[in-house]
Design a protein around this ligand. Structure first.
Ligand code: TXA
Ligand code: MG
Length: 348
C-alpha cells in the first residue's frame, strides 16, 4: 500500500487534509494523526474490521485493548454507559487533555476494541488536528500509539513513517508532540480512582481534584487491569541500562559502562540530563543525546522517545540512560524507562 505523509498545520489544520483523513477513516482504513501526547494510529471505533487492521499493522496482541478518542461529550456519552462522579470531575478539570478514563462501555463499542472487557478507555485529546479529524469523521476513533508493538512511541511524523510506511494510506504530520509521553490511564469505574498507567496528567494534579488516588501495582501473577502494561514496551534494539540515584555516582557508573562497552567493541549511546552532559561528553560515547534539565521533567518527557529512537537509527549496541527524580511527570518518565530497560535498572 502506498503511504502518503502530509504536513498539516498544528493550530489551523487545513480543511482538505482533515477531509481526506476523515474519508479514509469512514472507509474503514487507518490514519495516523498527532495528539498532544504521541501520534495515534486511528480507525473507526465502531467498525470491528477497521479496528482489526490496527492490531495487524502494529503486530499488537489481541488482548490489549484500545483507547477510544472523542471530540465532544455527546460522542463520549455514546461510548460510556455510566459516568461516576469522579469521572465527571476528571472531564471538567482535565479534558480535553492527556487523561484516559476507564468506564463501563455501551453496546456500541465492539469487543475487539476493549479486548472483551466490560469497560472502555475514552479520551478527548487537546491537539487541534486530532479534534478536527475526529469531528469530521463523525465517529469515535480507536487509536493506540502509532508505533510497531514493543517499540518506543512516536512523537514525530518521521517516527510513524519509519514504523508504518507501506501499511497505512495516510500520515498527518504536524511535527513534534508537546507532551511526548502517553496519557495517564485512570480507572474511574469503581469507588477509588486508580492509576493504571502514569502519564501526561500527574498524580499530584489528580489528587488535587479527586482526593486519594490509588496506583495499580500489578504483580507478575496477577492479571493487570491495563492489559497493555504487562508487555515489553518502549524498547530500543540495543541493550538498555537505566542508571538512577545520586547524580555524581550515576555519572561515574555511566563512565565505567562506556569504558566497558568500548572495550567490547560496542557502540555506546548515552541519554542524559543537561547537568551531566559535559562530563559524559568528555568520555566520547558514540552518541550523546541531552534529554533536558534534571529540574524540567516536562522537557525530559518530550525528548525521551526521540532519544531512544535515535539510538536505534544510529545502531547503538548499548544505551545508557540517566534516570530522573520521581514525582510529577518524572514518575511517568521513569515508568517508561523501567519498562524499556526490563531488569537492567541500577539504582545507586
Ligand atoms: O496518549 C495516549 O494515550 C496515546 C494517544 C494516541 O492517545 N495512546 C496510547 O494507546 O498510548 P496505547 O494503546 O499505546 O495504550 C493504551 C493503554 C494500554 O496500556 C491498554 O492496556 C490500556 O490503555 N487500556 C485500553 N483500554 C483499556 C480498558 N478497557 N481497560 C483497561 N486498560 C485499558
Ligand atoms: Mg502504546
Amino acid at each position: 500500500m502506498e503511504t502518503k505523509r502530509r504536513s498539516v498545520d498544528r493550530v489551523n489544520p487545513e480543511a482538505e487534509l482533515i477531509k481526506e483523513g476523515a474519508e479514509w477513516l469512514r472507509a474503514g482504513e487507518l490514519v495516523a494523526f498527532p495528539t498532544e501526547t504521541v501520534y495515534g494510529l486511528g480507525a473507526n471505533a465502531l467498525d470491528a474490521s477497521a479496528c482489526a487492521k490496527i492490531f495487524a499493522a502494529k503486530g499488537r496482541p489481541q488482548d490489549n485493548p484500545l483507547i477510544v478518542h472523542v471530540s465532544s461529550l455527546a460522542m463520549a456519552n455514546s461510548c460510556v454507559n455510566n459516568w461516576t462522579s469522579s469521572a465527571e470531575l476528571c472531564v471538567k478539570n482535565f479534558w480535553p487533555g492527556p487523561l484516559t478514563l476507564i468506564l463501563p462501555k455501551t453496546s456500541l463499542i465492539p469487543d475487539i476494541v476493549t479486548a472483551c472487557l466490560d469497560n472502555v478507555a475514552v479520551r478527548m485529546p487537546s491537539h487541534p488536528v486530532a479534534l478536527r479529524l475526529i469531528e469530521e469523521a463523525g465517529v469515535p476513533i480507536a487509536a493506540p500509539s502509532a508505533n510497531l508493538s514493543g517499540k518506543p512511541s512516536p512523537t514525530r511524523g518521521g517516527h510513524v513513517w519509519r514504523d508504518m510506511k507501506g501499511k497505512i494510506p495516510l500520515i498527518l504530520d504536524a511535527g513534534a508532540c508537546e507532551v511526548g509521553l502517553e496519557s495517564t490511564v485512570l480507572d474511574v469505574s469503581g469507588e477509588v480512582p486508580t492509576i493504571l498507567r502514569p502519564g501526561g496528567i500527574t498524580r499530584e494534579q489528580l489528587e488535587a481534584v479527586l482526593g486519594d488516588v490509588y496506583t495499580d501495582s500489578c504483580s507478575e501473577n496477577q492479571a493487570p487491569r491495563a492489559p497493555g502494561m504487562k508487555y515489553r514496551h518502549y524498547a530500543p534494539q540495543g541493550e538498555l541500562i537505566l542508571v538512577s540515584g545520586h547524580r555524581e555516582r550515576v555519572v561515574q557508573r555511566m563512565v565505567q559502562e562506556i569504558i566497558r562497552g568500548h572495550s567490547r567493541f560496542k557502540k555506546v549511546g548515552v541519554l542524559c540530563t543537561l547537568e551531566s552532559a559535559s562530563y559524559l561528553h568528555d568520555r566520547h560515547p558514540d552518541l550523546l543525546f541531552v534529554l533536558g534539565s534534571k529540574d524540567q521533567p516536562s522537557e525530559v518527557a518530550r525528548n525521551i522517545f526521540e532519544g531512544l529512537r535515535l539510538c536505534d537509527e544510529r545502531k547503538m549496541d548499548l544505551i545508557l540512560v540517566e534516570g530522573i527524580e520521581e514525582g510529577g511527570l518524572g514518575s511517568a518518565v521513569m515508568n517508561r524507562l523501567e519498562k524499556a530497560a526490563g531488569k537492567r535498572t541500577q539504582h545507586i
